[in-house]
Design a protein around this ligand. Structure first.
Ligand code: FAD
Length: 291
């Protein structure tokens, strides 16, 4: 197996163009497991961990642009206040060691339906910046990035460069169900984002379909039914219906981690629960602004 270790992004793109079968390697927390278990035997590994610009994040106009090689631990520490939903999801990934190595770029590259980074990116309206030497940069809305179980929209000569996501305009929450609290693949997960300025709702559902997905009907329903002025407690009927619409959006299967029926039920609970947290925060924000 050849080991390619470009020092610059331009060299990495050139290497990927020359060897489309080379498997990108960032933190290695998915790739090395697959190699150890002989799930993959690529002719070449393309190690991106030496490329400094992938490990940076920056403000780029209205969005935060997070390099594909920024590990979860830094997302939590450095971006937690501006991307609280993503940071909550990052805190649930693996262990401290995995959070120090594992990256959002690797999560997107693996494109597992259970990837914890995906629901908050869907809820927050993120886009994935990808690039090839031949065609340059293209920006893919994250909802179009996942194309099937562990499949994504990358062409064979493309690499993920960054994720572009607006800073949270309002409350964002993530919740995950697993067989224990840490070091666990999600049985299912849910992310919610409220945008009080645009009066819009974002959702992301994990581990309950061939790809991570949005619950579009639930988003529209909630955006129309919330009292955005934040005057009163959450209407229980609205919360219940929101949960039902999230349940209906899921397309889970029975597998070793849980049944489809359990996943649907759990998602309706997670949807109501995260909505309760988000609404309490929104009401508190509204009260503070009014005083
Ligand atoms: C013990 C353990 C616990 C884990 N727990 C969780 C968990 O709780 N939640 C969760 O979501 N995941 C978990 N994972 C999986 C893994 O940590 C995450 O998916 C992580 O985000 C992968 O990031 P990485 O940088 O290590 O990716 P890598 O392993 O380097 O790469 C992953 C995939 O992405 C591709 N890739 C990497 N970078 C690029 C790029 N720039 N362009 C194109 N393709 C690229 C690779 O070719 C590969 O297919 C766990 C893994 C382990 C070993």
């Amino acid at each position: 197996m050849d080991f390619l270790r470009p020092a610059t992004w331009a060299d990495a793109l050139a290497a990927k163009a020359a060897r489309p079968g080379a498997l990108p390697l960032q933190g290695g927390t998915d790739v090395m497991v697959e190699l150890n278990f002989d799930v993959r035997r690529p002719a070449a590994l393309l190690d991106l961990s030496g490329i400094a610009e992938l490990r940076d994040w920056e403000e780029d106009g209205p969005v935060l642009r997070i390099g594909a090689g920024v590990p979860y631990a830094r997302i939590i520490d450095e971006l937690g206040a501006r991307l609280p939903g993503l940071a909550q999801a990052a805190r649930t990934v693996g262990s401290p060691q995995i959070r120090n190595r594992g990256t959002l770029g690797g999560n997107l590259g693996a494109a597992s339906p259970a990837g914890d980074g995906h629901p908050p990116l869907l809820a927050g309206g993120a886009a994935v910046e990808v690039e090839s030497a031949a065609r340059g940069v293209r920006t893919i809305p994250v909802g179009d990035f996942f194309t099937g179980v562990k499949r994504n929209a990358l062409e064979s000569d493309e690499l993920i460069r960054a994720v572009r996501v607006p800073p949270a305009p309002g409350p964002q929450y993530f919740a995950k169900i697993g067989t224990r609290n840490a070091m666990v693949i999600a049985v299912c997960s849910f992310a919610l984002a409220l945008d009080p300025v645009r009066r819009a709702v974002g959702t992301g559902v994990g581990s309950a379909g061939p790809t991570p997905l949005r619950a579009a009907a639930a988003e529209e329903f909630l955006a129309a039914r919330l009292d955005w002025a934040g005057r009163g407690p959450l209407d229980a009927g609205v919360a219940r219906e929101f949960g039902e619409l999230v349940r209906a959006a899921a397309a889970p299967i029975d597998d070793v981690r849980g049944t489809a029926a359990y996943r649907r039920h759990a998602l309706s609970v997670l949807a109501r629960r995260t909505l309760g947290w988000a609404w309490d925060e929104h009401r508190a924000d509204t009260a503070r602004e009014a005083s």
